[in-house]
Every structure is written in C-alpha cells, then in structure tokens.
Write a protein that binds this ligand. Structure first.
Ligand code: AMP
Length: 419
C-alpha cells in the first residue's frame, strides 16, 4: 500500500468490478443515441453563480454541498454538482436553441457534492444524463421516461420502480404554494425548516425525518390544485407511458423542490439499496433557461446515477453483459515463437478479436495459468516444433480439446471457433 488512499467519500473503479460501470454507461446511453440525442461534454467546473441560479440558492446542494474555489485570477468556480445547468449553459452559449427544436443532448461524467458519505452516497459520483431543450410536448416527457426505463430493463434490472408526479406550472403552482405555506406555518417545525417554508415550501414535503413526515399527513397536494392545462398534459404523459408498457406509481408527494421545475416530475427507485434508493430522476424545467439569463425554453431531462445502478445490479445479482473481455490468450514458448505469436495477436486484435498475451517470458506452464485465469475461451500455443511445422495449437480452455491449425489460416479458424 502507498502512503495515500482515495479521499473520503470517493472510491476507485478497479477491474474486474469497473467493467460493470462501463456496461451501465453503455446501457443507459445506447437508447439515447438511437433516439437522436447528441453527445455533449462540458467542463468539470463552472462559475459558482451558474449553479446558485441554475440549481437554486436555497438548496442543500448550493448552500452546503458545493466544492468551491477561487482561482489565482480571482474567479469563483465550483466543481459541478449536477449536469443540467451546465448543459443548458453550453447549449445557449452555442446558440443551439436558435436551430431546430427540441435540441436533444446526452452526457456522461463525474459530479461532486460535499455530502455525508454512506452506502450509495459519495462525494464524487457518476451520472449519465439527457436533456431535451425547447419543446413543450407530453410525448417528449414520455420519450425520456421510456428511454430510462428501457435502459434499466436492458441491464436486466427487475426491481426498479418509477414514481411520477406533476408540479403544475406558472399558473397553478403559485396558488398551491400559498396554500401549502399556510398549512406548513401551522406546524411545529425547527427554525431551519420554518425558513424553508418561506423560501421553498415544496421541499419541506421531501423532508425525510419521521417527526416532520408525521405532521405532513394532511398537507394539501399539488394534484388537487392542477389547472386544466396541467391536468391534461399530465394525463397525456401517463397515457403514453401506459401505452409503452412502462409501469409507474403516482406519487403526489414527489417534488424536485426547485422553483423552476414544472409539470412532469419523476424518480426511479430501487428497493434493494437501503436509504439511498433513488437510482435516477428528472423532470420538466420550463423556467430554468430564463433563470440563467436565456430566453424562454421549455425543457425536460433526467440524470441517472451510475454508482447506484451498479449497486442495484449487485443487489439483484445481475451480471451485465460485459464489453469484450479476453476471448483468446496467446502463450509462446521460445524467442522466435514469441515474435511470431505476437504478430498473430496483433492481426487477431485488428480483426476484432479480444486477445491477450503471456508477457514477461513466464514459460509455458505459467503462461497457461494466465490463460485460464483470463477467462478466455481459447488459448493459442506456439512452441518450437509447431513453428517448424508452420502450425499453431488452438486449445479450447473449457473442454481441453486441441487442434493444430496452419499459421496462415489461424485468424480465420479462431474467428470461426468463436462465432
Ligand atoms: P439528482 O441530481 O440529485 O437528482 O441525482 C440524480 C441521481 O444521481 C440520483 O438518483 C442518484 O442515483 C445519483 N446521485 C446523486 N447524488 C449522489 C451521491 N452523492 N452519490 C451517489 N449517487 C448520487
């Protein structure tokens, strides 16, 4: 061990477990790419002010959890705690919103929050996200939810539940907000929560503490205050999900808590994860663009947590299909065989076969041990006698069957045996 270890609340991805992370990122992004989402990548840090406005100055993320720094040049920056504000900033900066709408984007990367670390909650974590900017259409909300559900399904996860709610819009939300405030002011709450009632009352509904939850039993719900337009919109989203065979549960208490969130709100939860059960979430945020100085740009998006999705896979005992791992392992005996076999390895790889080699001149016995340990299906063994005869031994590592194949047709034969 070295003197150093990964900082508190972080961990390294190490083989073989790290392959699960690649598989999850691939499974989440593949449906997006097929649905016309273009890849976007933004810096790991932004101006603090972007998040203060784009996430919400009263949120825990901004008040307590951001990694902020002042550069030598005097800029106030923060490591990104989430993706939406940055992606919207980038799209506006590139004037994408002046072209065809909606602008559909996906991204994948690291996010940073100074949270109290526990199982499933880290200070550095990984998300894959998607945003569809500039269209108000229930089919777009449904598309995003379906793509996320399909991603979980393609990974083989069975115990993911989808919670769905509507948060209303600029017409009906303020009326509801006032009614909720009225109710909350009558409760027995601590000082911090009372302050929250005045700044962001919806977030109080999301308070996980038992003593608070108990008092919320009779709280007014947005569902009963939705205007006709919001009701109709939400019904369409629900119908489209049902038609697409995506099961959901109506959760009238589900909030995103930020003032710009509107209408469709959803969260994917997994019951095998304990307290940190949310594997992903998102919603419509029709007001966000204006909050960060852009034009009106009704939009919807989500972010799915890669770390928690991997934990969910492990909780269900599901092994995702791994990106190509070693199929063929080459073991030479002798210097000349080594050169020849290394050449064959290169040709095999270029033809698309995942292949590895017994490096370090370990000798035949140790080489075969490495071959077995690699998980490869075939070993290619080349000794001096084989070389003289112009053949290579192709050994099936499961059955032990071995076949001498002319070197000239080895690539073709190996590929045929693997297919
Ligand atoms: P949020 O941006 O808070 O809506 O988070 C979206 C998803 O990112 C969550 O559902 C989690 O799966 C994941 N996530 C958020 N915060 C953390 C964290 N501190 N550690 C691990 N995963 C996280």
């Amino acid at each position: 061990m070295s003197t150093f270890s990964a900082p508190k609340g972080t961990y390294d991805l190490i083989p073989p477990g790290s392959a699960d992370f690649l598989a999850v990122r691939e499974a989440i992004s593949a449906p997006l790419r097929r649905a016309g989402y273009g890849y976007v990548e933004t810096p790991g840090f932004e101006q603090v002010e972007l998040f203060a406005r784009g996430v919400g100055a009263s949120t825990d993320i901004v008040t307590k959890e951001m990694y902020t720094l002042t550069t030598k040049g005097g800029d106030e920056l923060a490591l990104r705690p989430e993706g939406t504000a940055s992606v919207l900033r980038a799209a506006l900066q590139a004037n994408l919103h002046r072209g065809a709408l909606p602008v559909k984007l996906w991204y994948s990367g690291s996010y940073y929050r100074y949270e109290r670390p526990q199982a499933g909650r880290y200070r550095h974590f990984s998300q894959v996200g998607a945003e569809a900017l500039g269209a108000e259409d229930p089919a777009l909300d449904a598309e995003l939810v379906i793509l996320a559900a399909d991603a979980y399904r393609s990974l083989g996860l069975r115990d993911v539940r989808l919670l769905l709610n509507s948060l209303g819009d600029a017409e009906c939300r303020p009326v509801y907000r006032a009614a909720l405030q009225e109710f909350l002011r009558g409760l027995d709450l601590d000082e911090e929560t009372r302050a929250r009632v005045e700044i962001n009352p919806l977030r109080v509904l999301d308070d996980k503490r038992e003593a608070v939850q108990r008092q919320l039993a009779g709280a007014p719900l947005m569902r009963d205050h939705l205007c006709e337009a919001c009701k109709g919109y939400h019904e369409q989203v629900r119908d489209l999900l049902t038609a697409a065979d995506v099961a959901f549960e109506d959760d009238p208490r589900l909030v995103r808590g930020l003032d710009y969130y509107t209408r469709t709100t959803f969260e994917f939860v997994h019951d095998g994860l304990g307290a940190q059960s949310a594997v992903g979430g998102g919603g419509r945020y029709d007001g966000l663009s204006e909050m960060i100085g852009g034009p009106a740009l009704p939009s919807v998006g989500w972010a799915l947590g890669v770390d928690r999705t991997v934990l969910a896979l492990r909780a269900e005992g599901v092994t995702p299909e791994l990106p190509a791992h070693t199929e063929v392992f080459a073991v030479p005996a002798g210097e000349e065989a080594r050169r020849t076999l290394f050449g064959l390895l290169t040709v095999l790889r270029r033809s698309g076969v995942a292949a590895d080699f017994a490096y370090g001149g370990k000798g035949m016995k140790n080489g075969m041990k490495s071959a077995n340990r690699s998980g490869a299906r075939l070993a290619l063994v080349l000794g001096e006698r084989d070389l003289a005869e112009g053949v290579v031994q192709v050994k099936d590592l499961a059955s032990g069957e071995q076949e001498a194949v002319p070197l000239a047709s080895a690539v073709e034969r190996v590929r045929a045996k693997l297919s």
